[in-house]
Design a protein around this ligand. Sequence first.
Ligand SMILES: Cc1cc2nc3c(=O)[nH]c(=O)nc-3n(C[C@H](O)[C@H](O)[C@H](O)COP(=O)(O)OP(=O)(O)OC[C@H]3O[C@@H](n4cnc5c(N)ncnc54)[C@H](O)[C@@H]3O)c2cc1C
Length: 207
Amino acid sequence: MSETSLCPTPRTRIRRHPERGSYETAEIHAILDEAYLCTVAFHDGETAHAIPTACWREGSHLYIHGSNGSRLLRALADGAPSCVSVTHLDGLVFARSAFHHSMNYRSVALYGRFEAVQGEAKRRAISAFMAHLTPERADQIRAADEQELAATTVLRIAIDEAVAKRRSGPPVERAGDEALPVWSGVVPLKLTRGEPVPAPPQEVENA
Ligand SMILES: Cc1cc2nc3c(=O)[nH]c(=O)nc-3n(C[C@H](O)[C@H](O)[C@H](O)COP(=O)(O)OP(=O)(O)OC[C@H]3O[C@@H](n4cnc5c(N)ncnc54)[C@H](O)[C@@H]3O)c2cc1C
């Protein structure tokens, strides 16, 4: 592993379309940084699960958080091996044959075990999560109190066994299909922020 690139491992070596793969940390980090959620796969001893949850990156770790009561967080805190995936769907690729339809995307697969984040680092991690949602947020809101902090588990996984894969560009057609009288091309897709809707006056939770 160098500072700018991760080493492929038996789990992360891309065999199918290896030219679409990348082990560059800058590319892996960029894909993770654009994500608000990841899917965490793990095995609880009986069966496999793949659970979506919010995530954010700080340095060379990806973070998740949740209630102490979450099975996902308890299993991961206990050291269950996991695989985390993040995907951005960038476009639907329409070819002139069903076989050659495709999707444009950027995705990451990340392997390892999570570890618990405690103490001041936990508080900092939650602030980083708020900043990930919108930069100035962490300085404006009420910080978590001791009770809220104690009820929350924060976990992190090192980004050191990971791989990115992406597809971009137009469809690839079979020779001869280009004459078929049907549209082909890419319909771009994008996750965008809509117009903010202010919250109505609310009932407050009883302490
Ligand atoms: C939006 C989207 C749509 C897709 N649609 C299809 C489809 O319809 N049919 C299809 O066959 N494939 C599709 N893919 C590609 C799919 O994710 C796999 O890359 C592909 O199926 C090959 O899987 P494999 O396990 O044989 O790959 P292998 O090359 O054997 O995988 C080896 C390792 O490479 C890594 N890897 C594989 N795929 C990815 C990935 N996408 N992102 C990050 N790391 C990866 C993992 O670490 C994996 O263990 C799609 C991907 C995306 C993101």
